[in-house]
Design a protein around this ligand. Sequence first.
Ligand code: ZN
Length: 394
Amino acid sequence: MLNYIRKHQTATKAGLASVTGLTFMAIKKILEELEGLGLIRCEESDPKKPGGVGRRAVSYALNEGCRYTLGVHINKFVTSVGLMDLSGNVLYKRRRPMQQDLESQSSFVEQVLEDVAAVIAQAGADRGKILGIGVGVPGPVDTESGTVLTPPNIPVLRYLPLKEILEQRTGLPVYVQKDTNVIAFGEYWCGPSEDVCDLTYIDVDMGIGSGMVIGGMINEGANGMAGEFGHITIDPDGPLCNCGNRGCLEAMSSGIAVLREMERQLEQNASHPLYERRRELALEDIFCMVEKKDLLTISILNRSAFYMGVAVSNLINILDPQIIVLGGILIQRYPRYYSIVKDVAASRRLKGARETRMELSLLGENAGMVGAGEVVADHFFNEMVNEVFSKNGS
Ligand SMILES: [Zn+2]
């Protein structure tokens, strides 16, 4: 019942009865208990208001300010730390650019701890109401011990036992997950998907990754490898990928792939305005050329989007998720990328199959931080609340 209210923001007794199959009496008793614990609140709509139904409609909503979560999202370029309420509303956040010359793990950890303390202080949150810290970090990750393993793009984090250190230093429970998994979880709880329980998130950024929520739970896979979408093979003879294989989706469709292809093409194109900068290209140069309607740049981006569309159609054939959410810098900055992916995936679907629902990420840069907080909230709702209920003999 709590998860239903959490997902739908508000619920009526009738709504809860129909989804749970419980009697009105049972629903009433549980709602009273949840209200007694301060977890939900009762809202009465004014029947005289426009749209009122002529009688008082009673609904139940999460008492979102009764507890808080902390979310930390670490990526190659920036670390975001935020304090959220139980509905995933960001109360205060800090974003810190990743120092590329960061030498030691301890200085990185000190920065995270400093930001955690600052966010709690700035939000003026009661420390006793903070449930824990969720962390999203580039994979692979050992989620059980909460250790970062060997992220290819942030070598300084190798084998960092984040959970152990953060728990020791803050006294709060810490949950560590792969970054794309927490983004997917953020989109699942706080994105455009109120009525779904299966969601796949695809991150089209400098690298490519994905996260899958199945039946409301993060799908980590048996060895934490689920969702390594960037490393499915699109062309066995294609360009070399950072993982050592050839023709991975990441080597064909990511920001890195776009920059490499641009550099390769510029070598034979001395009259192009980016020729002089060809060895030091950044994605900003690419987006700048798109604005100038440069055909070479646009064709490289469109090709990259085409391969992504092919990969997404493969994903649909295996998983058939209720919704696919796309985010990441290429999606945000080059709107045509998304429409090409959608068109290509739709055109390759099996005859007679319905078109898979796709959406753009609305949470943007906050998705990972909010999702990391939702991992904490999820532990609270599914474990701690159950403990209280079983102690009460309900
Ligand atoms: Zn690869």
